[in-house]
Design a protein around this ligand. Structure first.
Ligand code: UD1
Ligand code: UDP
Length: 375
């Protein structure tokens, strides 16, 4: 039995690792070991429930308003003990969070091979996104198998000296998760959404959470949201607010009680995908949403200065608009007023895959570990 440990810390890791865990579960000769660091508590629990997954280990590391130092230190001690006891054949990490980086570092300290899902994303800006850009680079330095979502990511890894035989372009398993969930119609459980009258209204979904935007950029972004809703009487803004207290305080202070702005708790993945499907436009700083939106034909205005996902920009589905109030308002205005501009951003081609990434990843791991075991 080949034991594959999946380290999962935050909401996007849970969404992107869930289809891999499910594929491993039904693969003969392979056994997933789901190690939930719970860097995110409720948001990860919500995702695992949607996919009917239970962690084998729950490291329960989240504390309110945790610092990077605290998270890193707690992860080191708790991951060490699980990985020492279990000695998996490989540790799989996903993306760019502190759980991702520490998962790979702890595996390396125990000389366990590492597979990196969503490898090769870069902005080449050390502090944007922060600390994700460096988490990715450090994870690349440690990983043995690099699962690149696209040919662009593969090129990045080659340029950094990763051997071509260790890079596999497989797509991003977020599309596997999305296609699985998008088929379901699931009712909104929050009465604020369930009772929303959307006849004659256009929904703009907003999310924001990035650490490099906390403080002034956040205030500018929230001002823009407020202006947009005031300028367009047919617009309703639905904003699932990230539980990070730095985010929550700004959002609630500036937007709570504003007419046609609906602030809700983070939605479970089924309900969030439903919200995306009924949206006219998405305004966000999220990484994962840039990958999902092209499959749903929804334009994204990205409230960041740079992106590590140039493929979505190239196909026309995502536009990087920065964090300044004026520019965000102008770009929203354009998409609300001009059908020509809007239609240009409605693409149905997704550069991040076809929903088959998980199976490809599992096959590659089986081949690689098979070889290792036979030697
Ligand atoms: C983390 C990741 C970021 C990722 C994001 C996805 C790091 C450093 N950051 O950012 O890369 O894009 O997740 O959302 O790895 N909280 C809760 N309940 C939850 C989750 C979070 O209350 O279910 C609150 C807690 O107060 C926690 C805080 O949010 O301390 C911050 O969580 P943390 O994981 O440190 O950072 P994020 O900003 O969520
Ligand atoms: N998401 C969700 N509920 C929400 C908001 C987002 O399930 O209320 C999903 C979204 O579809 C995407 C992922 O969470 O798959 C993105 O998470 P986030 O923006 O927090 O992190 P990032 O992708 O920026 O690291």
């Amino acid at each position: 039995m080949l034991k594959v440990a999946l380290v999962v810390g935050t909401r996007p890791e849970a969404i992107k690792m869930a289809p891999i865990a499910l594929t491993l579960r039904r693969t003969r000769g392979m056994k997933p070991l789901l190690v939930l660091t719970a860097q995110h508590r409720r948001m990860c629990d919500d995702v695992l429930k949607v996919f009917n997954l239970k962690p084998d280990y729950d490291l329960d590391i989240m504390k309110p308003n945790q610092s990077l130092f605290e998270v890193t230190a707690r992860l080191a001690r708790r991951l060490e003990s699980v990985l020492r006891d279990e000695r998996p054949n490989i540790v799989l990490v996903q993306g760019d969070t502190t759980s991702t980086f520490m998962g790979s570092l702890c595996a390396y300290y125990l000389q366990i091979p590492v597979g990196h899902v969503e490898a090769g994303l870069r902005t080449y800006h050390k502090y944007s996104p922060f600390p994700e850009e460096i988490n990715r680079k450090l994870t690349t330095a440690i990983a043995d198998l690099h699962f690149a979502p696209t040919a662009v990511a593969r090129t990045v890894l080659l340029r950094e000296g990763v051997a071509s035989k260790h890079i596999f372009v497989v797509g991003n398993p977020v599309i596997d998760a999305l296609l699985h969930v998008a088929k379901m119609d699931y009712p909104f459980t929050d009465p604020k959404l369930a009772n929303l009258d959307l006849s004659q209204k256009r929904v703009i979904t907003v999310t924001a959470h990035r650490r490099e935007s906390h403080g002034k950029p956040f205030v500018a972004m929230m001002r823009a949201i407020k202006k947009i809703v005031r300028m367009h009487k047919d617009v309703v803004i639905v904003f699932p607010v990230h539980p990070n207290p730095n985010v929550r305080q700004s959002v609630e202070r500036m937007l709570d009680g504003v007419d046609r702005i609906v602030l809700v708790e983070p939605l479970d993945y089924r309900q969030f995908v439903k919200l995306l499907k009924i949206s006219y436009l998405i305004v966000t700083d999220s990484g994962g949403i840039q990958e999902e939106a092209p499959s749903l034909g929804k334009p994204v205005l990205l409230m960041r200065n740079v992106t590590e996902r140039p493929e979505a920009v190239k196909v026309g589905a995502v536009k990087v608009v920065g964090t300044a109030t004026q520019r965000i308002v102008e770009e929203c205005d354009r998409l609300l007023n001009s059908q020509t501009a809007y239609r240009k951003m409605v693409v149905r081609k997704n550069p991040y895959g076809d929903g088959k990434a998980s199976q490809k990843i599992v096959n590659i791991i089986a081949r690689h570990l098979g070889k290792v075991v036979c030697q």
